[in-house]
Design a protein around this ligand. Sequence first.
Ligand code: PGA
Length: 256
Amino acid sequence: MEIIIQPNPGVATSLAARLLGKTIREKPDAVLGLATGGTMEALYRQLVAAKLDWSGVTTFNLDEYVGLPPDHPQSYHHFMGENLFHHINMSPRSINIPDGLAASIPAECEAYERKLSATGGIDLQLLGIGTDGHIGFNEQSSSLASRNRIKTLTPQTRKDNARFFASEEQVPHHVITMGIGTILESRHCVMLAFGARKAKAIAGAVEGPITSMNPASALQNHPKVTVILDEAAAADLILKDYYRWVYEQKPDWQKI
Ligand code: PGA
């Protein structure tokens, strides 16, 4: 894993935006795995401002709430439209987000997985991390080999996400999420985490044992992961000085 620690979320987000911009410029028909959540909002604002050419890009979102229609203000369909898709030149046909209203959730999950493999797989997968270490909505105890499927949110995740809803009762209990096995097949995973409330999950994911009790720790088995943190999210890392040194000493050809 490459751990990049930046002074604050603004600088860290700019770095992630540069990395995504580089990917799209170098591969105009890139397949991107996209994420939602508060951490991604500033990143999408920067990507919109960068005026990239998205016309050849295909995207697959990580997850969606079960039971929310696409126009529900808290659905991830709505989030992605508002934060990114309404402001860029992507064809709606190239946008993929799980259908939380599908008549058969298992059939929807299988179809999503099939469509993803038919594109040749994800070039760059964006990831946030939950305070419990979840990636996508793969909660603690998720199989590290899991595929797209329905998951039940933990009380903690429903509490964490209640800030986006009028009340905690309104947060759905179920979601469709890409599995950890699916995420691990992406060619490059880029994880962003900011703020002190992510420090414990990040320490476990990067330096802890690989365990389903911290689903993001499965990324230790992935050959190409970039973890972009602010100081607060990096606070509990034992080797943080080493990661800073590695980043500062990078040869020019390796720099983002
Ligand atoms: P956040 O969510 O960016 O809103 O903190 C991250 C996540 O739960 O994956």
